[in-house]
Design a protein around this ligand. Structure first.
Ligand code: ADP
Ligand code: TYD
Length: 205
């Protein structure tokens, strides 16, 4: 058995995270890991409220949204049945589609990023990813993918917003470069090439 790892995939909407989570899960399973793949917002109670906010069915202030994402993340970690902490204790390698850097980037576009980082400190204390992988795709390309693949768009899915979010990701990576393991991967390539680079980055463990 391999050491179990906690890996977070990050990127703007439409950057290919869920595609890469699947490819990485397959590769890590073949390499001998027991893999548990997961995502935020979760499909739990708080995650469902968040999805309704993202779709525009419920209106909420951005500070409320930031607070709800934090609550959803704590449940993602601590849920007694499906929580990441439990899965890690059981020996799974956990791959998550988004974790706290998403909050720093998305909510950092509407409020003080340092507040968001401070509010998420408890999550970092509970479980810090062995690796945060940012799939870097130009916002123009990710918007094209979103518009081609779906009929409706969500709260943050405009070109202007995704440009701001990408810039905030970079700001957060710079702020936390001494505290976190971060790699940035060129996501504007064929999915298999991206997957190969992501896989290589995880092989150091
Ligand atoms: P995310 O989870 O970041 O929103 P997805 O993996 O759902 O991204 O990908 C968004 C869209 O782009 C999907 O239609 C997917 O098939 C497509 N896609 C994913 N990776 C690539 C890639 N490397 N090149 C072109 N299209 C891609
Ligand atoms: P997701 O379902 O991953 O969307 P996509 O597949 O299009 O990338 O995430 C939903 C949205 O939630 C996305 O716009 C990013 C946003 N989000 C936050 O604003 N804060 C957070 O902490 C997280 C985890 C996501």
């Amino acid at each position: 058995m391999k050491n179990n790892l906690f890996i977070a995939l990050e990127g703007i909407d439409g950057s290919g995270k869920s595609t890469q989570v699947k490819l990485l899960a397959t590769a890590m399973t073949a390499a001998g890991h027991n893999v548990y793949s997961t995502f935020e917002p979760t499909d739990g109670m708080i995650g469902n409220v968040l999805r309704n906010i993202l779709k525009g069915n419920i209106k909420a202030d951005h500070r409320v949204i930031a607070g709800l994402f934090l609550a959803d993340r704590l449940d993602h970690l601590l849920n007694e049945e499906t929580g990441i902490v439990k899965k890690m204790q059981e020996g799974y390698t956990v791959i998550t589609d988004r974790y706290y850097f998403s909050s720093y980037a998305y909510h950092g576009t509407h409020m003080d990023m340092d507040w968001v980082i401070e509010a998420n400190k408890m999550c970092a204390q509970i479980l810090k990813p062995n690796l945060n992988i940012f799939i870097d795709v130009p916002p123009e390309i990710s918007m094209q993918r979103i518009n081609a693949g779906r009929e409706s768009t969500e709260l943050f899915e405009t070109l202007e917003s995704l440009k701001n979010v990408r810039a905030k990701y970079m700001e957060a990576f710079e702020k936390l470069k001494h505290a976190e393991e971060i790699i940035i991967i060129d996501g504007n390539r064929h999915a298999n090439e991206i997957a190969r680079d992501i896989q290589k980055a995880t092989e150091v463990w």
